[in-house]
Ligand binder design. Structure first.
Ligand code: DX5
Ligand code: ZN
Length: 219
């Protein structure tokens, strides 16, 4: 797949949210990434439906919601109604029965379904699920905050996952979320990742359009 950059709107300026959404529309980014946190699954609270809706009104590219919340199944239908096209939730937030039923629920709502794994969760836990999901989210940081340092072991994990996906002939892509920059994006892509979330790498720059372009083209 061609490299997709998904700017994390958590790093946008909420005082100028519409401006930042329009910037993403004009940019080389492929998707909008929406980080939803509940203060329970992760030690931070980000934003919920009103903010997602405000973004949805302006966004002209697919919305990718990343639920860092407990009981993610509770809110799946509401995200679908907002126009979200890709929805990921955490492996660590579910038991196996809940994982199975939430994957089915996201699919039945017409969205692409992703399962996210935290840095301490081994890639192998996803072996039974790769043929049932559209993407894996490999966290490059501990979820909860943008602007953290990339955890280097993530790189090897992406390679392992890509091999597991190929071995099963699964139709599943890899998204890397957290700590992505022009310094690591090309190697992660070479190992098999296709979608790259960028919070601080996109928005901390004085010129976010150029920063997103740099992520899209970094070799
Ligand atoms: C982390 C979020 C990420 C994060 C990315 O909890 O899921 O999407 O905001 O931010 P950076 O790119 O700054 O690590
Ligand atoms: Zn995220």
């Amino acid at each position: 797949m061609p490299r997709v950059i998904a700017p994390s709107m958590l790093s946008a300026d909420f005082g100028h949210l519409e401006r930042d959404c329009r910037m993403v529309n004009r940019s080389a980014a492929g998707w909008f990434h929406l980080d939803v946190m509940d203060g329970i699954f992760v030690p931070n609270i980000s934003f919920g439906f009103p903010v997602c809706q405000a973004i949805a009104r302006v966004a002209q590219k697919p919305l990718d919601a990343h639920l860092m919340i407990i009981e993610p199944w509770t809110y799946v239908e509401r995200f679908a109604k907002l126009g979200v096209q890709y929805l990921s939730f955490h492996y660590e937030a579910c038991n196996l029965r809940q994982l199975r039923s939430t994957i089915r629920l996201v699919r039945s709502c017409g969205m692409g379904v992703g399962v996210a794994i935290n840095p301490e969760t081994p890639a192998e836990v996803l072996i039974p699920w790769l043929r049932q999901i559209d993407y894996v989210v490999v966290m490059g940081v501990h979820p909860g905050y943008s602007g953290q340092k990339y955890i280097p072991e993530t790189t090897e994990k992406v390679g392992v996952l890509a091999e597991m996906i190929a071995a099963q002939g699964a139709d599943c892509f890899i998204q890397v979320d957290g700590g992505v920059s022009t310094a690591n994006i090309a190697e992660l892509e070479r190992l098999g990742a296709g979608v790259f979330v960028a919070g601080s790498a996109a928005f901390s720059s004085a010129n976010p359009l150029a920063a997103i372009r740099a992520l899209k083209t970094a070799k």
